[in-house]
Design a protein around this ligand. Sequence first.
Ligand code: IMP
Length: 526
Amino acid sequence: MVATKRDYRTALEYLETFKKKDGLSVSELMDSDVRGGLTYNDFLVLPGFVDFPASSVHLQTKLTKKITLNTPFVSSPMDTVTESEMAIYMALNGGIGIIHHNCTPEEQAAMVKKVKSFENGFINAPVVIPPETTVAEVKAMKEQLGFSGFPVTENGTFPGKLLGLVTSRDVQFLEDDSVAVSDIMTKFADLTTGHKGITLSEGNQILRDIKKGKLLIIDDNNNLVSMLSRTDLMKNENYPLASKSATTKQLLCGAAIGTLPTDRERLSLLVEAGLDVVVIDSSQGNSIFQIEMLEWIKKTYPNLEVIAGNVATREQAANLIQHGCDGLRIGMGTGSICITQEVMACGRPQASAVYNVCKFAEEFGVPCIADGGIQNIGHITKAVALGASCVMMGGMLAGTTESPGDYFYRDGKRLKVYRGMGSIDAMQKTGKKGNASTSRYFSESDKVLVAQGVSGAVVDKGSINKFLPYLYNGLQHSCQDIGVKSLIALKEESAKGNVRFEYRTASAQLEGGVHDLHSYEKRLHN
Ligand code: IMP
């Protein structure tokens, strides 16, 4: 006999009779003292209801108590990841870059200054030449650099007193290559210049009016300070998500420092350069050195936002929250270049670290950054679902056009170096003990350096101008599948138990990956 089935129109009513939603709440997933720590790959988020387009999902989130970003993307303070170029494009795309400190304080401050003085469209470090440069030299520079408009300044310095401009038209048909550019350049008196402070659209309009390829921008003392180029203007992209200061409209910039007494002087230079947020960079943040540094910074620079860390437990976090940090960086031993867990026997699987620390920090309104081990968009979604506000990425952003270092070829692949800050290479960068990298690992006085990271290579990923929009769109689609309209909703609905989870067995992980193909190509975006 066939059992009578329920009327299909009562499916929703019937669903109501279940005491529990399908799957597990985040607390059921994570709060087990006996099961062992979880990683991002150990669980999945269950799908929800979709009644909105992915493009409407908001990814706004907090970096620190006072700083809100339009995306959760933060680049790691590593010398193969974040210098000024990376920090500029991270900020333009709605994230923030944290400039590494494995360099002199002056070099680091100059990088911060470059980010803070960046104006989209303006060339802030133009190649300039002295007046005695010969035409032959200009032609050679054109060959090498691919462009030929060179401002001529006194002594060839930048910024420096502007004397004139030489362009390809000036040198093209000259037969005597030994002539100095001072004899053939358009002289300062005959140049139309723009004044420091003009906007991009004003500069653009002048370029249109004068029908020239270059507009040189000068200050009150006729010093060249930047330049506009018509070809660059045409290529200019719009960055609606850019992370900017509400008052100065400058891009936001972060930088890392250590916990040594000399780091106080370093910080003063960074603050002078316009720093918005400082990261106290230590692999184990729960130390007296960090607490003293944190207290000193809050007292000396009350308006500077301070991110402390790294931590992986509630106890570590409590100490730093108690001493006034504005944000926390979570992760110990989970970075892609990291051997800390293996060598030190110390650390924590990242999903457990993120969940436990974020849950505690949330009580005090301290935003958390999940740092290390982010390998794909799904990991970002999971970090936020576990309570993180932002994610810090090293390996994901290494090998991009904007990361420091030159490309090289090996085995037919275009590569860039990516190394841990605790690798021997990074710790020996300055050739002497006591550099920033050794202090991150409390190793400045060691006779034998004990590596906590490796040095390797990653493949060319192209520009982050393409990669970050890929992460952004992917994250929007991920939220859509889960049925949440923002990152904030993802965090909140997860904490309330409405976003549901499930453990992923080893075979579930195999099932969730590509399988049973003879071969395939994994292209992540167009
Ligand atoms: P990734 O995004 O997985 O490549 O991890 C980057 C993170 O690893 C950084 O933000 C640091 O927290 C951490 N890290 C950087 N260098 C080292 C190292 O040498 N050993 C251990 N962890 C490191």
